[in-house]
Design a protein around this ligand. Sequence first.
Ligand SMILES: [Zn+2]
Length: 480
Amino acid sequence: MDYETIIGLEVHAQLLTRSKIFCVCSATFGGEPNTQTCPVCTGQPGSLPVLNVKAVEFALKMALACHCTISTFSLFARKNYFYPDLPKGYQISQYEYPLAKDGYVEIPVDGKHKRIGIIRIHMEEDAGKLIHEGSFESSTWSLVDFNRTGVPLIEIVSGPDIRSADEAGVYLRSLRDILRYLEICDGDMEKGSFRCDANVSIRPKGQSDFGTRTELKNMNSFRHVERALEHEIRRQVALVEAGEEVVQETRLWDEEQERTLSMRGKEEAHDYRYFPDPDLVPLDVSEAWVDDIRKTLPELPAEKRKRFVDQYGIPEYDAGILTTSRSLADYYEECVKLSGEPKMVSNWIMGDLLRELKKDDREIEQCPVLPKHLASMLKMIKDGVISGKIAKTVFEEIYLSGKAPEKIVQEKGLIQVTDMDEIQGVIRRILEENPKLVEDYKKGKEQLLGFFVGQVMKATRGKANPKLVNELLRKNLSKE
Ligand SMILES: [Zn+2]
């Protein structure tokens, strides 16, 4: 039987505000444990929370970028549960009245655009961080760091619109790109500032009712998410095929063992005894404020992608890669402006440049190749000053030294030989040195032409213009 996969994702994104959501403690990542705390975020009696307006502004930016309807009235609620990383015994979140609802994010799927619905975006505070000795199962002690307690989060809840592990990966990367464009979250999954839980179920193709879903947690990278989902889908299909039932529960992804483990039965909303937080007034967002924020939104990845395709005539695939970050897109546009070669620039960035950066674990911001240098190198290729092959060497050298390509070409004597006489001289010599092969060629072994071309290129250390070499060789060989 054929099955259809239904995935919905809940993403938590830490907002890059300077202070926490309800107190003035620093929200910066990486401080000495328990140095960024106060009575409010450690939940001491008599302390009162005060909402950070910057956190609301950031949340609104994301809500607008996801085409959500903004609620003029929203409410903070207490989500009650006990856990050692939660000093108050409840988390301040939003429940019945979230900040924003009913939006969507457009993602590229099989060359088309697919809309993934956003059910809601709400604000909440992060919990502290537990550090277990050894593995979670065998740990004999744990430490708690309250620096993270009260760091502002938004939770972005997608609709059940995702149909495969791959699609989940594309959606997640799109969300991360939007957050980074807005400069409201660093999107770092490994650091935990961008986290994802997944609801997964399967159903026979054609059935409209949903199957029983499980919730997956503990996935710390995009790769983990995709692998955990693939694994969970296979596990559910195997259960159903064997005539067993999928149990509604929360499962942890174990990357080392490549399996999911049952953690607990899935809790229901009523387990949390939500009620409005009496310490916080309702959040009243005016339309004027929303309009002001809307004006500050940058061009977002999906718009930029479309514009790149229209304006530069590059394939959708290229545009997708070039718009993953604002800085990369800016870099691309600067190079195109200087060179007038949109596709050539795209090829060099997607190939050589991104490969080198990845090798050195660098971001485009730390790229040693200035746009003007890449542009002038492309001009040298176009003008026939250097061959495409030599350009690879020149590029590597620009990357290593940051020098201008003209200087590198001059210093290393890499200028392409287009002088007919010079090439002719080399060809003569090579043909004279290989009389037997010349004989074979004339008898019809035409594939030997490649060998001769190779020899000439070698003798000129790759600097001869290959087109010219081909032409001249044919002429010479037919003459003899
Ligand atoms: Zn605090």
